[in-house]
Design a binder for this molecule. Structure first.
Ligand code: PSU
Ligand code: MN
Length: 303
């Protein structure tokens, strides 16, 4: 075998005993939040998942080894190392065969979670169709991965650095159902609204788990995007974020940022512009997603 999955003891025991497991991505740790908030948040998110009856499996690549479940020391390494690749699907074979460190995006995390037998995955926000994609053709590989891999994604919606309308259109084309938990409005990460209605709404984790079971039993491959609105007390209003996002997009344009660097550039710029406010919202929404993801995993595994 040119590679193997390295499971933590906690994750391999849970999978062996058919207990619920929740996969977590690592780009958010290495490229989405500053140290030490990144490591603190990742640690707290894992504990929330345990407190809700599931086992957390943070997925990342260390020295070319694909890890499913990290120790505290490995999490710290990932959160502090300077040479961590942002690994989407196309980067995965390179980073593994070259024995590098890599933080996995939604697309790469989904693929590894599927290989590991973990159908439930929690993140903050997914990649999607960028504003101006009609010219740049910048569409995240997260979407094409969601079209084919049977791993549900729990997110706080789609950040408006992207074109939310076009992203919803693309998900429709790809056959990916979009369900908002407990709201008619599709959320936009920091905000509970986005200007778009949610295509679907469900109000209970067990109802979401039942929908996943039906989809995959029908042989309809691919993901379901579950949007979980940020709790109201932690939300940053949509109009406030829109202004910061416009500035961030202008700055990216001026600095001629291209390709895979665009998303991390925008996220960092917005975090700096909003001095902590957006970061606090970001941390709380990921924790909120961890709670829902664990509840869905518990319900799904009972089926
Ligand atoms: N969107 C967010 N926060 C994130 C990301 C996206 O609101 O942290 C990260 C995720 O890891 C996602 C990746 O999979 O960025 C998408 O990158 P790209 O647009 O280069 O495909
Ligand atoms: Mn891109």
């Amino acid at each position: 075998m040119p590679f193997q999955l390295h499971f933590s003891a906690e994750v391999s025991e849970a999978l062996r005993d058919n207990r619920p497991v929740v996969a977590l991505e690592s780009t958010i740790i290495a490229h989405g939040m500053p140290y030490p908030k990144n490591v603190e948040t990742a640690t707290a998110v894992e504990q929330i998942i345990r407190d809700h009856g599931a086992t957390p499996a943070t997925i990342a690549i260390l020295g070319g080894n694909i890890h499913v479940g990290l120790s505290a020391q490995q999490l710290n390494e990932l959160g502090t190392a300077k040479d961590v690749w942002k690994v989407s699907l196309r980067d995965l074979p390179f980073v593994v065969s070259q024995h590098l460190h890599g933080a996995t995006t939604v697309a790469a995390t989904m693929r590894i979670a599927a290989k590991a037998g973990i159908p439930i995955f929690v993140t903050g926000g997914i990649g999607g169709v960028h504003r101006g994609a009609a010219y740049s053709m910048d569409v995240s590989a997260d979407l094409t991965e969601m079209a084919q891999t049977n791993v549900a994604v729990i997110s706080a919606g789609i950040k408006s650095i992207l074109d939310i309308g076009l992203t919803l259109e693309k998900l429709e084309t790809l056959g990916v159902p979009v369900v908002t938990y407990g709201s008619d409005l599709f959320p936009s990460f920091y905000s509970r609204e986005s200007g778009f209605k949610s295509p679907l709404r469900l109000d209970a984790p067990s109802a979401i788990a039942a929908m996943l079971a039906v989809k995959w039993e029908l042989g309809i491959n691919g993901s379901v995007l579950i949007a979980n609105p940020v709790p109201v007390e932690h939300e940053v209003p949509h109009v406030v974020m829109e202004e910061h996002i416009r500035k961030a997009l202008d700055a990216a344009d001026t600095a001629k940022v291209k390709g895979k660097d665009i998303t991390p550039f925008l996220l960092k710029y917005i975090a700096e512009q909003t001095v902590g406010e957006s970061l606090a919202a970001n941390i709380e929404l990921v924790k909120n997603n961890a709670r829902l993801g664990a509840q869905i995993a518990v319900s799904y595994s009972a089926k």
